[in-house]
Design a protein around this ligand. Sequence first.
Ligand SMILES: CC(C)(COP(=O)(O)OP(=O)(O)OC[C@H]1O[C@@H](n2cnc3c(N)ncnc32)[C@H](O)[C@@H]1OP(=O)(O)O)[C@@H](O)C(=O)NCCC(=O)NCCS
Length: 339
Amino acid sequence: MKNEVANIQPQPKDTFYVDTFRPQDAEGIVRLFRAVYGEGYPIRLFYDQEAIIAANREGRYISVVARTNAGEVVGVTHLYPSAPNMALYEVGVGLVLKEYRNSGASKAMLSYLFDEFVPRNSNIEELFGESVCNHIIMQKSMELFRHIETAIEVALMPAEAYTTEKSARGRVAALDGFRCYVPKPHKIFMPPVYNGILREIYARLDDEREILLSSGSLPSSRQTSAELTIFDFARLARIAVTRAGYDLAARILEMEEQARAKNVIVFQVWLNLTEPWVGRAAETLRENGYFLGGALPRWFDGDALLMQKTECDPDFDSIILYSDFSKKLLRFIRDDRRV
Ligand SMILES: CC(C)(COP(=O)(O)OP(=O)(O)OC[C@H]1O[C@@H](n2cnc3c(N)ncnc32)[C@H](O)[C@@H]1OP(=O)(O)O)[C@@H](O)C(=O)NCCC(=O)NCCS
């Protein structure tokens, strides 16, 4: 394995160009993951050439690479549908070989992706990215590529994902940024407790919303529709509440118990901001230790509200942020957790 990494031997700053994926890039992508993450990267697909080829063929991952003239892959980034809304794509899983860092490889791949690839593919209506907060490098590109900060996911990734480069002491937070390509104006409701901060987020958004204040109680005749997904490696649970009903509190508790049995320590809940009673749903979660994450535009097609709870120290002091607005959002989130 060590030899494979050593075999890359690129000349530092050798010229590279950006391109869409070719099957012969798969081997280089695997090498790149080993060079940067050792064996620790949680998405195992990136250690398997055939799986990378199949994922690109089926559109589960769209790889964009930086390649030298000799054909070596020195950087890669990805687009993939990861949210309930299949027209919303995540941009992420981006990395550059150490020898090529700070020479514009990441920026060149993102520029191609945002300004050439996505506008050509009209099935991709919106993009979002989760920029890690153990460094500001990815966050610096957000403004340039017109990603609007809408949420912070505290303690998202375990430190073990970053041991090869020793870039994180504890769990790592992520700053979520969204960019709209196909507008989808719609009506959303603000939980009163978050009215101020959410309106600030929405005032910066690159799409239209009709914003009303949420009111009313959870519907007494309707059960909650919710789905739990557990990410074992990250010890993270995500609960997608597409419809909140009278039994919301009980359903959340039940799913938390299932998740705790699998060692989960970070819980995220997505609430549906198009439901007029979403404010009551948010209060139900707050009564159970949850605090704000932020807004997730187009998440369920309509927007979602991210609520989160950690059963570990979120280590707010080591969250490194770049923009003034993201710092303001973190202050709100931190205060909301204290309440
Ligand atoms: C993050 C990463 C992909 C950046 O790749 P890169 O090709 O070196 O980045 P670029 O050269 O395109 O630089 C992008 C910006 O970050 C800045 N930057 C790059 N390295 C930096 C560093 N070590 N410290 C501070 N800023 C840095 C650049 O100056 C540039 O800023 P600018 O827009 O003001 O010019 C690369 O460092 C990496 O692979 N890191 C490990 C994996 C990782 O953390 N991925 C991100 C997951 S969200």
